[in-house]
Ligand binder design. Structure first.
Ligand code: TMP
Length: 240
């Protein structure tokens, strides 16, 4: 049977069923959105670039013992992934001040933190992914204390691995967002899900400070896909 309708369509990806109930096909779209969908555009190569970058980054993480939902790449814009139940908590790690941190605090952009900041937000487009804390997560029953400790530990480990990796690519990992899911075939296992790409990370050139991520789109800086392509080329060169 050929499925004509995706199981789920988000702002940047579609999820399709496969013959295996524990496996999905994740398709990266060329759509770009910002400010919770208020700003929209299409970029011809965005799906391919994000899929390729995300697969390479997931490969780096898997090698370091971080489990992810990735099974295998299918083509330029499609991957096979383990089906997960996504946790409704997004985890954001910040190494330098930027974005909503600056908006919230009035602090100028680019100030390095003594230690990484971990932030949680409630995954809800309707509410604009509001910032929440451990107490909210407990009372909203979004994750157990044990799961939350696991998310925090994983996020810090990912930060350590990717901070070093991107530095070797001449990029500063300013901040990023992670999503986690529970494997449908084994709900005791929580793995990284969604994507890790310049859509969900802030990456600045180590030498020039130039923004190489979705802020180019958010702030109308131009050359959005050129920056993503440059990130891909640097990641590829580093991996050999
Ligand atoms: P923020 O500064 O806007 O809160 O974003 C922090 C990081 O999280 C940044 O790298 C972009 C990423 N992010 C997403 O990937 N999706 C989102 O919906 C939001 C709000 C942020």
């Amino acid at each position: 049977m050929i499925c004509m309708e995706p199981l789920y369509e988000g702002k940047a990806k579609r999820l399709w069923a496969t013959e295996d109930p524990n496996v999905l096909r994740m398709e990266f779209k060329n759509d770009a959105t910002a400010y919770n969908g208020e700003k929209k555009a299409q970029f011809e190569s965005k799906g391919r670039l994000n899929n390729t970058i995300s697969n390479l980054i997931y490969g780096v993480l898997e090698k370091e013992g971080v489990p992810t939902h990735l099974i295998r790449n299918i083509d330029d814009t499609n991957v096979e992934v383990h089906k997960v139940e996504i946790l409704m908590v997004e985890v954001i790690v910040r190494n330098l001040s930027a974005g909503s941190f600056c908006k919230r605090t009035g602090m100028e952009e680019g100030i390095p933190f003594g230690q990484p900041i971990i932030e949680f937000s409630y995954k809800s487009d309707e509410l604009g992914d509001p910032l929440i804390n451990d107490d909210y997560i407990r009372e909203m029953k979004l994750a157990s204390a044990e799961d939350l400790a696991h998310l925090r530990g994983s996020a810090l480990k990912v930060n350590e691995i990717l901070g070093n990796f991107f530095a070797e690519c001449g990029l500063k990992l300013v901040d990023f967002k992670l999503e986690f899911g529970r494997l449908v075939k084994d709900p005791s296992q929580i793995v990284l899900a969604d994507e890790i790409s310049p859509d969900g990370c802030r990456l600045w050139d180590l030498n020039t400070g130039e923004k190489m991520d979705k802020d180019r789109f958010r702030r109308d800086l131009g050359n959005v896909m050129e920056a993503y392509e440059e990130v891909l080329q640097r990641v590829k060169a580093k991996l050999g």
